[in-house]
Design a protein around this ligand. Structure first.
Ligand SMILES: Nc1ncnc2c1ncn2[C@@H]1O[C@H](COP(=O)(O)OP(=O)(O)OP(=O)(O)O)[C@@H](O)[C@H]1O
Ligand SMILES: O=C(O)[C@@H](O)C(=O)CO
Length: 423
């Protein structure tokens, strides 16, 4: 078996597939592990992305899980480590981006690393250390109101410095524009000033491709998924259709959605407006003790044989707030996640073999309910979201094609387009 080139640690499940997708598109064969595997790697791949759920947990726990993942990746021979976080730099005031970065640096005895959430394909750009989401600064993008990770400062040098004991600096766009040698020279200069972590500006894929070669010898890279487009070339790999080849798809088709983002609301509406078969899940009926999952499966049974079905709890902000007011934020979230996951499980038990899941937390719950331990990464549907293939306990160990969509990702027609990519 060939040695692992890149070992990746992602702080959530959909973020992990996003990173894996960019690596595959740049020519790496990638699998995503759900949590730290208990056994050695048994696939012929160039990179493994270990998907954790460590974004918003206590820093000490996030560090412990990340170091566990690091040890496993090192045992598989990983030549470079990539810590993946969100393209909107989602973190609590305590972390976990800074604390996990520093713990990985300590473990790897690494005196310098970079940080940048830039992902131009999804309109996340970093300029003079300030993160833009689309046309506005991070703290004007809606992220300032995020319930778990409110991002109220777009200056990421400042945000990261507040989470780190090491000194944080900046490699700005004028340096990145001059390429590899200029970036390396700037890093040497920053090191001499006592800087150990540099935020890097990037406003385009060209910037990220110029950054790639400058990272070739860094034991640790920390970033969103964007930086990944420039790394496979460091290992002599280039884009190839073989990297994203999956077994042929078959079986019934379904979408389950627990995401309440603006993008997912538009995607649900678009699917319905095209005449798609869709059923809304009402959290208050779940709370009242109705077996909503059984109802949804009974509704889906006659339809799914003929067409893709959508089961969703997706709702607009006002409706979500009202439910949360009645049930509590965490209780409502957990209850809906359990129900959507039970529906996903039931659908696969009943023959669905192409499943789209919308929402990061929802994806975590579904992947666990389906008994999936590892996913092979295939072709992209929209930026940040690939089809994957996995052996699922729910399918008696048979293969299932599954796509995990981050809340904010995907065009309005995502739930229709997804199945055409596999057709
Ligand atoms: N109608 C609803 N009312 C209240 N809570 C809901 C409702 N529908 C879904 N939820 C909960 O909202 C949360 C949505 O989080 P999830 O991570 O799945 O989506 P997201 O935040 O859009 O995606 P991402 O994390 O990828 O950005 C889940 O805990 C889900 O159970
Ligand atoms: O980087 C992103 O925006 C996504 O991959 C993500 O992490 C969503 O949770």
């Amino acid at each position: 078996m060939s040695k692992l080139l890149l070992g990746c640690i992602a702080d959530d499940f959909t973020g992990a597939t996003d990173l894996a997708n960019n690596l595959v598109r740049a020519g790496m064969r990638v699998v995503q592990a759900i949590g730290v595997p208990a056994t050695p790697l048994d696939a012929e791949v160039d990179a493994v992305v270990v998907a954790l759920k460590s974004r918003t947990i206590a820093p000490a726990e996030a560090i412990a899980q990340s170091l566990d993942a690091l040890r496993w990746l090192q045992a598989q021979g990983a030549q470079q480590i990539y810590f993946k976080y969100c393209s909107t730099f989602d973190s609590t005031p305590q972390g976990n981006i800074g604390p996990v970065t520093e713990a990985l640096m300590d473990a790897l005895q690494c005196d310098f690393t970079i940080a940048t959430p830039a992902f131009p394909d999804n309109k996340r750009t970093v300029f003079k250390g300030y993160l833009f989401a689309g046309d506005v600064l991070l703290n004007e993008s809606g992220m300032q109101n995020h319930p778990l990770t409110p991002m109220t400062d777009a200056n990421l040098v400042r945000v990261l410095q507040a989470q780190c004991t090491r000194k944080v600096g900046l490699v700005d766009h004028t340096v990145v524009a001059r390429g590899d040698a200029a970036i390396t020279e700037c890093i040497t200069q920053l090191k001499s000033e006592g800087v150990s972590i540099a935020m890097v500006d990037a406003v385009s894929n060209d910037d990220l491709l110029r950054l790639g070669p400058a990272l070739a010898k860094m034991p640790l890279v920390t970033a969103g998924s964007g930086v990944a487009i420039g790394l496979p070339a460091n290992f002599g790999l280039s884009p190839s259709s073989q990297a994203s080849a999956l077994p042929p798809a078959g079986g019934l088709r379904a979408v389950v959605s627990g995401s309440c983002s603006l993008a997912t609301n538009r995607q649900v509406l678009d699917f319905i407006q095209r005449g798609g078969a869709a059923l809304a899940v009402d959290p208050l009926r779940i709370a009242a003790g109705v077996d909503v999952a059984a109802e949804a499966l009974a509704w889906a049974a006659p339809l799914v044989a003929k067409q893709p079905v959508l089961v969703y709890s997706t709702a607009e902000a006002g409706a979500v707030k009202s439910v949360q007011g009645k049930l509590g934020v965490e209780e409502a979230g957990a209850m809906v996640e359990r129900t959507i996951a039970a529906i996903a499980r039931g659908l696969v038990d009943n023959g669905v073999r192409q499943l789209v899941v919308a929402g990061g937390e929802t994806s975590g719950a579904c992947v666990q309910a389906l008994g999936i331990a590892q996913m092979q990464i295939g072709p992209q549907i929209d930026p940040g979201v690939p089809w994957c293939h996995a052996r699922a306990e729910a399918a008696d160990g048979a293969g299932v094609h599954i796509a995990l969509k981050s809340g904010n990702f995907g065009g309005d027609d995502f739930f229709t387009k997804a199945f055409t990519v596999l057709a």
